[in-house]
Design a protein around this ligand. Sequence first.
Ligand code: MN
Ligand code: MN
Length: 376
Amino acid sequence: MPDVPQPIRDGKGGSDPGPRNVLLDRQNPDLLVAPSTDHGTVPNLKFSFSMAHTRIEQGGWTREVTQRELPVARTLSGVDMRLEPGAYRELHWHQQSEWAYILDGSCRISAVDQEGRNFLDDVRKGDLWFFPKGVPHHIQALDEGVEFLLVFDDGQFSENGTFLMSDFFACTPKSVLAKNFGWSLEQLAQIPEREKYIFSGQVPPPLDADRIVSPTGDVPRTFKHRMHAQAPARFSGGSVRITDSTNFAATTISAALVEIEPGGLRELHWHPTDDEWQYYLSGFGRMGVFASTGVARTFNFQGGDVGYVPFAYGHYIENLGDEPLVLLEMFRNPRFEDISLAQWMANTPPQITADTINVPRSLIESLRKDKQPVVR
Ligand code: MN
Ligand code: MN
């Protein structure tokens, strides 16, 4: 079977007669035959949503990649969710802040903050939202349905552990509910006996027909942002859109939407703030991660995969396919910040670097002094 990849590199290794999972081997060529520069032990930095349990409900489904699936991922966790037209993700809140990116379709979202100020808007593919921790909210798909990525600022989060309105009602004596709302016990006869979570519904009316005027007004800063509508910064090997506290009021989470052209490279860099949580939207490529002390490991990624880079670890991402490699780089930090290896070298007296890596001083002097996040 000549088309089956074998763990052979430069005459070393040997064939693998099996048993083996050839489909996974094909998706992870840099695990089966790692670059010879990989050394030592790096924790696993990849988990695919396709390897996660899918919770199927009436009107939609959801699956999550948290620290339980990817133990190194302590800062952020992610949820992939689909709602059919009109279906609800129930009114709820949680201990973590929630950042979301619409992957497909559109939905209506609402929230009410601690001052009673409200928020209601429609979001579609390429938009994001951010709900601060504890602020209650809901999601309802519009007429084309919706799929979105949720990112929470805690690796231990679980989508199955949120605070649901129906569950709160089911867990409170009806006599207390009646007293709280000024209703009769008979009026509470049909309340749910357990949580609803995701459930079918009717596509809501036009946005203006759904608006409620709160006596304290609207939330002071919108929870919605049109991330993909931002003009990208373009480079020779791709483009970058950054959404952080400089252009949106997401207080705990920042993000970069990176598109790497075929043959392009997200340059060698690291982050001075925090770990990086990645979600791959499309394409195929690899990430090499440098962990210091002679240790490095390479992972392959495609649409639907999650990647992770511990704080300060050096890394690059290379597009190995024939379509753009698109990913979200996410941080539990208000600002997106990275340090470019090339920019560091270009802005340091050149003889120092030339002496360090044994190349002519003229090569160092020819480096661009500005940042080139994506190169070819
Ligand atoms: Mn939520
Ligand atoms: Mn990075």
